[in-house]
Design a binder for this molecule. Structure first.
Ligand code: GUN
Ligand code: ZN
Length: 429
């Protein structure tokens, strides 16, 4: 892709705005210059105009922001989104497990992966950490489709060798062997990465968790992706299954699964001691508000996570999550934090949905904002896409107010275009 410039309003974060007073970088009339798929220059039009004299410039009637990062989502669950609860363990056996059983068929994986990734792009999401199913072919299907779209996707086959139906179970040994062969085939290919993915402590034997830890030791830089402390019944069952572990975090600790490349979804009911140990390990957390509210799981304590030093990204957690739109996730994250007396502003919400997620996934050297040298994944938001949003924005002209309005009132119709490494990957029909 030759050097190309986009002129329009720009909003992105250089750091966590609650920690760094100069983290927010905005340009009412800005220019983003892309070369070889990366950000070559970014700044005010008034300053950069001379340097783009011989560069084709596209005028953007809208707001340019970085591509969103979904820090926790299940692609095989798109067809059970919004299936009525009541709570986690029932929801898994009634909806998630039967849906996942179909993914032994490679055609189901391929069709669903295409649909899922196109939905991510339509919602402005360009990077995601994704659960597949226990079937090796389900991870292969997602890797292949993500490679075809040049998206930054981290996934892995699910490890589950107990407390699950036979059609979606593996064994400790087959789980290990298949994960190893997937790592060799896909990790580091294009923009893809592998995550060793034990579903959660309830569905893996001690032997399987031990082999998951071995996979991490044998493949530095590979992620660990699982669930932690989401629901009261889940936590009680984990205590019964692992009577020698003092708490839930201790189960993952015992098998070497608390690493700087670990991402734990939920973390709603951790004790202070668990937070301290999780933070110290360098692990990250996915805050999944639409799922946590939908399943009645609990309210995430963002302040506790931050005090512990854990990196936090936002996850849709579809299918228990009720939307693939990062706007819906930001909206409900805002409300959860309101209930926790921790009001978030537009900049912090966008941080969590972009750079915060990239930090959680340790890909912040590559994506998460539009700093020079980063991969040019970005989104164009259209103020005029929704009549209600347009009216609201007419009364809220500053860039932070506009952004907050998108988060509260927007959906995929507000995403006019999504660019992946500077190339148009989605255009709203
Ligand atoms: N815990 C274990 N598996 C799952 C899942 O598929 N969804 C959610 N929300 N929690 C889980
Ligand atoms: Zn999940």
């Amino acid at each position: 892709m030759p050097r190309h410039a986009f002129r329009g309003a720009i909003f992105h974060l250089l750091a966590d705005p609650e920690k760094d007073g100069s983290a927010v970088e905005t340009f009412d009339d800005g220019v983003l210059v892309v070369e070889d798929g990366r950000v070559a220059e970014i700044g005010a039009w008034s300053e950069l105009a001379p340097s783009v004299e011989r560069t084709p410039v596209e005028h953007i009637d809208g707001l340019i922001i970085p591509g969103f990062v979904d820090a926790h989502v299940h692609y095989p669950q798109v067809d059970v989104m919004g299936a009525p609860g009541p709570q986690l363990l029932h929801w898994l056996s009634a909806y998630a497990f039967p849906a996942e059983a179909r993914f032994g068929d490679p055609d189901v994986g391929r069709d669903t992966a295409k649909f899922f990734l196109d939905q991510l792009l339509a919602n402005g999401t360009t990077t995601a950490l994704v659960f597949a199913t226990a079937h090796k072919v389900s991870a292969e299907a997602l890797f292949a489709e993500a490679l075809a779209r040049n998206m930054r996707i981290i996934t892995g086959k699910v490890l589950m060798d107990r407390n699950a139906p036979p059609g979606i179970s593996d064994t400790a040994e087959t789980g290990y062997m298949e994960s190893r062969s997937l790592i060799r085939a896909w990790h580091g290919k294009g923009r893809l990465g592998y995550a060793v993915t034990p579903r959660f402590a309830l569905t893996s034997s001690e032997r399987q968790l031990e082999l998951a830890g071995r996979l991490l030791l044998e493949h530095p830089g590979v992620h660990l992706h699982t669930h932690l402390s989401e629901n009261g019944d889940e936590i009680a069952a984990v205590r019964r299954l692992f009577p020698n572990c003092a708490d839930y975090v201790a189960v993952y600790e015992k098998f070497g699964l608390l690493t700087p490349y670990s991402v734990f979804a939920h973390c709603l009911h951790l004790s202070d001691g668990e937070w301290t140990r999780l933070g110290r390990s360098g692990a990250a957390v996915a805050f999944c508000p639409t799922s946590n509210l939908f399943l009645g799981s609990g309210l995430f304590d963002l302040a506790a996570a931050e005090r512990a030093g854990a990196r936090v990204g936002l996850g849709s957690d579809v299918g228990a999550g009720t939307s693939l739109s990062p706007f819906a996730t930001m909206n409900e994250a805002f409300k959860v934090c309101q209930l926790k007396k921790h009001p978030l502003d537009a900049a912090k919400l966008l941080y969590l949905a972009t750079l915060g997620g990239a930090c959680a996934l340790r890909v912040d050297d590559k994506v998460g904002n539009l700093a020079v040298g980063k991969e040019a994944d970005f989104v164009v938001l259209d103020d005029k896409s929704l009549p209600l949003l347009a009216r609201r924005i007419a009364h809220a002209p500053s860039l932070p107010e506009r952004l907050f309005a998108f988060a509260m009132l927007g959906d995929d119709r507000a995403v006019a275009r999504t660019y992946v490494t500077g190339v148009l990957a989605h255009k709203r029909p």
